[in-house]
Unconditional design. Sequence first.
Length: 423
Amino acid sequence: MTLLIILRIVFILSFVLVLIPVLVLLERKISAFIQDRPGPNRTNIAGIRLGGLVQALADALKLAIKEDFTPSSIRSKFLFALAPMILFLLSTLTIAVVPFSDYFTLDGVKYLMQGIPFDGGILWYLGLASLSVYGIILAGWSSNNKYSLLGSLRASSTVISYEIPLGLCVVSMILTYNSISLNDFVLAQQGSFFGLPAWGFLIQPLAFIIFLVCAFAETNRAPFDVAEGESEIVAGYHLEYSAMSFAMFFMAEYIAMTAMAALIVTIFFGGYSLPYLSSSDLMQNYELTLVCLAIFVSVFGLIFIRWLVKNNVTRYKTKADHRKRENKFYIAMALLVVLAIDLVCLYFYAYSLESFGKEMMALVINASVFSVKTFVMLFVFIWVRWTMPRFRYDQIQRLGWEMLMPLAILNIIITALVVIYVN
């Protein structure tokens, strides 16, 4: 039991903290691809650039060693320092209730694979997400700066306005799945719907569209990022912050974006489960599962190596350029990972898995599927940011109150009628 508690906490914390520099890299690389430029590709350690990830690590080091300067005009230094902590803590706690695997059975007892094992996870998420308004307001007010205050008012009003249609979409999904447990949401999507996976976005397409639009607004992502504007209010409510206090706002934003992406995956895209397959199916056919896993990893590794050799080519021909060794390092690491996974699969295929081994195999596969789906949704968040122009403040409010709200209410009525009369 203690091992499972530690495992759940470690997975959530590592997933969040490791994801932040990766998301920074994705943000830069995707924006560079859309704008037809290479993006960060110069910072390296002994010639190893990690595709630009070293640049994100260098930026994190820079922010960590900078002076955390507090202007003398601040109203309350305590509230000024508390605001980014509130946002960071609330963002981290919201993702802790999203299940990343099915129930794990140990000694006949089933355990929820969430950071915080709470059945009413959707209520926990909505409650903590709404509290983030306090961190935004405190940051803007305590800065004693008109631009910061205007930015906090814009951001908080946007969050409040779009929480209502988002919550109404959740109500329609609760009616559909007949539960408030996020894990039950996933289990309900493991069947089929007219031959297709019974995922939420196929059963409730209108709720999915409304929820997705509200998700962009809730996380203050473009095209709803009116909290900042270079020609209007500069950097918004975090204008007066510097060093790690400034970094905590962006860490909180990326964690909140990850939590929202994970929630969308859980409600509308089957969560941690594969299409048409449940965890019990994976465990009952564990030999076939191991073979498919080994083949998939090997093919993916070979595709990655082929892409690397073709695209990661240096133009420098001097002996002093250490980046010539980069491809050799990447290929060696990829081959080691593929070989290790294949050997593990071969070992467990040769020696029958016990009950605990089958549970662990299903846990690893489910967590991997959940991570891949979340990454795809995060790509959508970044893609939209660098594609759509920023809306005006009045357009954002009109969209939320005059369009999304009536549609969300109409969707609840239709869902209730279908549940009652069609069952």
